[in-house]
Design a protein around this ligand. Structure first.
Ligand code: SF4
Length: 341
């Protein structure tokens, strides 16, 4: 029986953190057992909101992020691991899908309006790239004929739009693409060290996976706890403390004791955070060791990405040839040979 094909991407934001690990990477690694997987560093998507200062770091960020993927267990023998822009057919498909996507569909995506607000822009002043982001995302998925996309609840509107674009394309030009299905993934929401918002690099409330055990401890010690626990003798409320929430993920076997010691005021927060840091360091020890080994292999990451781009290109070229034919744009097929990696 044919395994389904998964496509999933991450913006190259550099070294990943605990939120990325629990929220996506663990799931990606597991998906490899069940699906043919394509994992992509979506560098063009990064341009939708970046400044020229950010783009200077893209290449270094791609390398750091790929190291994290590989160390976490993404297997480049089994899965295709590559950089979005290294297979430029995605930009061709983006343009062609743009011809069948009504602007109204894009303007009503809730995350578009949120983004415009966050960027303190207006719908008139944002770039076309930001408006067209869901079209590029659709191109990412269907260029590789992926039928499954791991998504969280918040990404469902984007996927629904991708399905609508596919339906419209198929209606206009004949059956070409499968409507991608969302695979809803139950991932724990990792709140940052500020105890307020989702863990995120831009909010500086994160713990990077690749830092040393000492740095991990230093970061964890800055975590906010129960604001009503002012003295060590005050009983704490684990249910409102983010450190306790993280204990549930990283301190297996100790959670019940931690609860009792917190509510009974028999353990202070500093000591409690020390136990959490130890749990995180234990959970990441193997990852960090593997990451060091992979980083020391000169040229290895670059080779993985180039090979991934080669494999992705084979699928992409076939899809573009089919789309051009369906859309009446049959060109000179020998032109394809002009590009190589
Ligand atoms: Fe949070 Fe631990 Fe302090 Fe309780 S003892 S408030 S769980 S850090």
């Amino acid at each position: 029986m044919d395994r389904g094909r998964v496509f999933s991407g991450m913006r190259p934001s550099g070294r990943l953190h605990l939120g990325n690990w629990m929220g996506a990477l663990v799931n990606w690694v597991a998906l490899q057992e069940e699906y043919e997987c394509i994992f992509c560093a979506v560098d063009v998507h990064a341009l939708t909101t970046s400044t020229p200062a950010d783009t200077r770091d893209i290449q270094a960020n791609i390398r750091e992020m790929t190291l994290d993927w590989l160390a976490a267990g993404i297997d480049p023998q089994r899965s295709i691991v590559f950089v979005q822009s290294w297979v430029p057919e995605v930009m061709v498909l983006h343009t062609l899908l743009g011809m069948v996507t009504p602007l109204g569909w894009l303007l009503r995506v809730p995350t578009f309006k949120d983004r415009v607000r966050q960027m303190e822009e207006t719908e008139e002043s944002v770039s076309y790239g930001l408006v067209g982001y869901p079209v590029l995302m659709t191109a990412d998925i269907i260029l590789y004929k992926a039928d499954t996309v791991p998504v969280g609840e918040d990404q469902m509107p984007h996927l629904e739009l991708a399905r609508e674009i596919v339906r419209r394309f198929n209606y206009l030009f004949g059956p070409t693409f499968a409507e991608p299905k969302g695979k809803l993934t139950e991932t724990p929401l990792i709140v940052g060290l500020d105890g307020q918002q989702k863990m995120s690099k831009s909010l500086d409330n994160h713990v990077e996976l690749a830092v040393s055990p000492e740095e991990t401890r230093r970061r964890v010690l800055t975590a906010f706890t129960d604001p009503q626990r002012l003295r060590r003798t005050d009983p704490g409320r684990p249910e409102v403390c983010n450190v306790y929430a993280l204990h549930q993920l990283f301190s297996q076997g100790k959670v019940e004791d931690i609860y009792q010691q917190c509510t009974g005021a028999t353990r202070g927060c500093v000591e409690c955070k020390g136990i959490l840091a130890e749990g995180i360091n234990n959970a990441l020890a193997e990852f960090r060791e593997r990451r060091r080994e992979i980083a020391a292999r000169s040229g290895y990451v670059e080779e993985v990405l180039a090979e991934g781009a080669r494999r992705a290109s084979v699928i992409a070229r076939e899809t573009i040839a089919e789309v051009r034919e369906k859309m009446g744009l049959l060109g000179n097929p020998s032109l394809a040979a002009l590009r190589d990696f």
